[in-house]
Design a protein around this ligand. Structure first.
Ligand SMILES: CC(C)(COP(=O)(O)OP(=O)(O)OC[C@H]1O[C@@H](n2cnc3c(N)ncnc32)[C@H](O)[C@@H]1OP(=O)(O)O)[C@@H](O)C(=O)NCCC(=O)NCCS
Length: 195
């Protein structure tokens, strides 16, 4: 795979044995990602999100610390999420968090497992020391998915600075190298021009 193009070009990855396609979030479709993931309450908040996603996209062309994606079926969004830097620049060990989500109607159909395999393969292209995931104790689907992948659970509360819980269960230091050989059905498009 031409790995440098992951952070600079349009591309699409077909999830195995499905008609679902994973595409990168770029400045031109950031607003779509923001509407499904952050669900901003005002246009102002929406604009703030667009600005920082665009900033992350530009930085990641060199730093490779963020990779947000959308999952589409016939151009309709059915899933989304991200590989995103979680640690502070001053932290000795840099960490990237893996997020994964499908929309209602696309749950429990085996798509989560296929998507997570692709995300963990893509995590091998991210510049970081370690990769982690987290979820809530009552998220039986996510915990079952992690168990299927043989990931070790540890209890670890993570709260947002402005309130709200992100995780109660953590999967730390995931062995991303175990996914380096996962085949990707990837087609690269044009380089994304950031204006
Ligand atoms: C969590 C999520 C990504 C899992 O993906 P999914 O497509 O639903 O899961 P899959 O169909 O690939 O199933 C993976 C495994 O989990 C099990 N599983 C799925 N849903 C389950 C549920 N509700 N309860 C118990 N086990 C479940 C499946 O049986 C399968 O295990 P198996 O192959 O050993 O039988 C998906 O449910 C989702 O997007 N949920 C909403 C958003 C969310 O909670 N994201 C995680 C935030 S941390």
């Amino acid at each position: 795979m031409e790995t440098n193009k992951i952070f600079t070009n349009d591309w699409k990855i077909v999830l195995p044995d499905t008609n679902l396609v994973v595409i990168p979030v770029t400045p031109s479709n950031a607003i779509t990602y923001i509407k499904v993931s952050f669900k901003p309450e005002t246009a102002e908040i929406q604009d703030t999100h667009v600005k920082y996603l665009t900033q992350h996209y530009i930085e990641s062309r060199i730093k490779r610390e963020y990779l947000r994606v959308l999952v589409l079926q016939n151009e309709e969004i059915v899933g989304f999420d991200a590989l995103g830097k979680f640690s502070q620049p001053t932290d000795e060990i840099q960490t990237v968090n893996v997020g994964i989500a499908f929309v209602p109607g696309f749950l429990g159909k085996g798509f989560g497992a296929k998507f997570l395999r692709v995300l963990l393969r893509l995590s091998c292209e991210i510049q970081t020391d370690q990769v982690q995931m987290g979820t809530l104790l009552d998220n039986t689907a996510m915990r079952a998915l992690a168990k299927k992948f043989g990931l070790t659970e540890t209890l670890g509360i993570v709260d947002r600075e402005n309130g709200g819980r992100i995780a109660e269960v953590m999967y730390l230091n995931i062995d991303r190298n175990a996914f380096r050989d996962v085949p990707l059905d990837v087609t690269f498009g044009e380089e994304v021009v950031v204006l």
